[in-house]
Write a protein that binds this ligand. Structure first.
Ligand code: G3H
Ligand code: 13P
Ligand code: ZN
Length: 322
């Protein structure tokens, strides 16, 4: 058993309390490799933002969880070396079982998500409660979820959003003891969040209803990539074939971040940025075969994207005194 505290990581409790007071949201960026991690940390150091590093089950399979843990530990030292010891949370994204959450906690994660959103309500409560009881012994924070996002989530496919019911949130939060709650208000995972011609609006009215039921409680938004159209255009210009990819407008996320939303999850936009940069190098410099020559520009484009989100969407810049 390794405590995240020994690794220099923090849980999300303090960060969410500050975010709630300050009307901003903490960036939760997924990482699977070194370049993504470097981009995240340097973007957060340069903007003086706290950060949640998210590891999905897919990331654990792709990169090996031991390596990811050491990379997160390295990120703490890397941030200091870059000049600002920003608070870093290491978070399990979409944990689907008690065993997986327990394993991550034993490996040094400071926060876990137990996603029982696809289960019947009482089963979701029982599973979430079990994870909370275990995690809190080690001062690890837990995110639960109520409501189902449309699209594919944890291998479960939903054609329509099942919005979070405001009537359930108070009961869920008090009976599970979770530290934050992910809700479904019209966001979804991936790069196809709306159909062409569809109104690109999320249900901020449901968010407001939820806030009334659990005032001051940290809310999480998954599926919050904005799918920047200039990045999509760059991908397609250099041989990509992304059609009708649409994300969540940034102004709506900004409104959400000003409210009780304390954590905003962004993964797909980073994938798009890396792809756009790599495609450009491949087309413009077909003679290149050194991975640093295309992963370097990809890392740079990622960093700029992450900084833009922090400053213009989440509002988490200049929150770390350094
Ligand atoms: O919520 C999903 C995240 O974007 C992680 O995706 O499971 O493909 O790593 P992944
Ligand atoms: P996006 O696919 O919109 O980036 O959402 C990522 C996410 O919710 C990770 O949990
Ligand atoms: Zn998610």
């Amino acid at each position: 058993m390794i405590s995240y505290k020994e690794l220099g990581l923090v849980n999300s409790r303090e960060l969410f309390a500050e975010a709630m007071k300050g009307g901003y949201a903490i960036p939760a960026y997924n990482f699977n490799n070194m370049e993504q991690l470097q981009a995240i940390i340097s973007a957060c150091v340069e903007t003086k933002s706290p950060v949640i590093l998210q590891v999905s089950s897919g990331a654990r399979k792709y990169a090996n969880q031991t390596l990811l843990r050491y990379m997160a530990q390295g990120a703490v030292a890397y941030a200091k070396e870059l000049g600002c010891a920003i608070p870093i949370v290491l978070h399990l994204d979409h944990g689907d079982s008690f065993e997986l959450c327990k394993n991550c906690i034993e490996y040094g994660f400071s926060s876990v998500m137990i996603d029982g959103s696809h289960l019947p309500y009482e089963e979701n409560i029982a599973l979430t409660r079990r994870v909370v009881e275990y995690a809190h012994q080690y001062d690890v924070t837990v995110e639960g979820e109520l409501g189902v996002l449309a699209g594919v989530e944890d291998d479960v496919k939903a054609d329509e959003h099942i919005y979070t019911q405001p009537d359930q949130v108070e009961d869920f939060v008090s009976r599970t003891g979770v530290d934050s709650l992910a809700i479904s208000i019209g966001t979804s995972h991936g790069a196809y969040k709306f159909k062409p011609g569809q109104k690109t609006e999320i249900r901020l009215d449901i968010l407001a209803e939820i806030e009334k039921r659990i005032p001051g409680f940290p809310i999480v938004l998954h599926g919050s990539s904005s799918v920047p159209q200039d990045i999509v255009a760059q991908i397609n210009k250099y041989g990509g074939k992304l059609k009708d990819s649409i994300g969540i407008p940034e102004d709506q996320l900004r409104k959400a971040a000003r409210s009780a939303v304390c954590k905003i999850n962004i993964d797909s936009d980073g994938r798009l940025a890396m792809t756009a940069a790599v495609r450009k190098v491949f087309v413009e410099h077909p003679e290149e075969f050194d991975p640093r020559k295309y992963l370097g520009p990809a890392r740079e484009m990622l960093k700029e994207l992450y900084k833009h989100k922090i400053v213009n969407v989440l509002g988490s810049d200049n929150k770390v005194p350094c």
